[in-house]
Write a protein that binds this ligand. Sequence first.
Ligand SMILES: Nc1ncnc2c1ncn2[C@@H]1O[C@H](COP(=O)(O)OP(=O)(O)OP(=O)(O)O)[C@@H](O)[C@H]1O
Ligand code: SF4
Ligand SMILES: [Mg+2]
Length: 337
Amino acid sequence: MAMTTPVLTIDGLKTWFHTDDGIVKATDGVSYDVYPGETLAVVGESGSGKSVTALSALRLIPEPPGKIEAGRVLYDGNDLTKLSKRELRSIRGRKIAMIFQEPMTSLNPVHPIGRQIMEPLLIHRICDRTEARRRAIELLHRVGIPAPEARIDDYPYQLSGGMRQRVMIAIALSCKPDVLIADEPTSALDVTVQLQILRLLKELQQEMGMAVVLITHDLGVVAETADRVVVMYAGRVVETASLHDIFYASVHPYVAGLRASIPDLAVKTDRLPVIPGQVPNAARLPAGCPFHPRCPRVMERCRSEDPPETAVQLGADGATAAAHRVRCWLNGEEARP
Ligand SMILES: Nc1ncnc2c1ncn2[C@@H]1O[C@H](COP(=O)(O)OP(=O)(O)OP(=O)(O)O)[C@@H](O)[C@H]1O
Ligand code: SF4
Ligand SMILES: [Mg+2]
């Protein structure tokens, strides 16, 4: 893929929660770039920091107990971690929109859906009320809600889960954002509806040219939709690569484990825990590489030394693939004579 300038850059983000149980390092130096028009999948098991990264980027973390301790989030020449609440509001929802993990809690139960789609257009003063209503109907139509003129005044409880998720997409797309962050947009839905929603997202993305950051723990979903993939583990990015390399040339043993956990799509039931062990408690990470207690390829140094992120070495000649990065001491090991 041709690499232009990223539309969004997360650089060294550390979001920590100060709890009674200690400091939970939910993200501990997360970096990734999002390029215009691409679908970047962010994958990892529950608790790896996928949502906290995205929420921090838009400064939607509850502070306290959360705090952005370090790092930058660059959009259009601005560091979003440094903007005022007011400046941030002009970007959130308009330039960078988000679909949240829980569709039930993120739609307002006491307002009709039409009003919720119109709201961002009115808040950002993109158009007047009449035009906003016209656009809301058009958006409802576009996301596949039948008879939108009749449904626009429905309340969320009157819709099925799949329909509510379509409404969430309509709200997120109302201002034609440059970046759409979709956090597990389909995991609450049954498989058929999941596929319909993912296809719809892909279509809308191609139509509008926006970048999509798709957060998921389902590598099956990744295979269907992503151009590039960021794999997270215990609050860090452990491997970044093209979709092809994640499936055929990954280095990190965790990624191999995730791949082995993809159930046959035809008999897909639920998440299958096939990597032995659990994600460590983010308040008490093990020394060295945080994956070492579960790693089938653990070496002596892994127990005490945390590997830095490095470009993947392609062979013994020391050549590297700059776009493919990994945090694992195995990088280069095989290549060495
Ligand atoms: N408000 C909070 N207070 C304390 N800890 C929190 C809070 N929000 C998140 N965390 C912790 O931060 C870590 C990362 O959580 P996050 O929600 O980003 O995980 P995730 O990768 O999105 O997981 P999932 O796949 O389950 O959505 C977890 O250990 C979680 O318990
Ligand atoms: S650094 Fe060591 S323990 Fe960590 S993933 Fe690589 S081989 Fe496994
Ligand atoms: Mg999450």
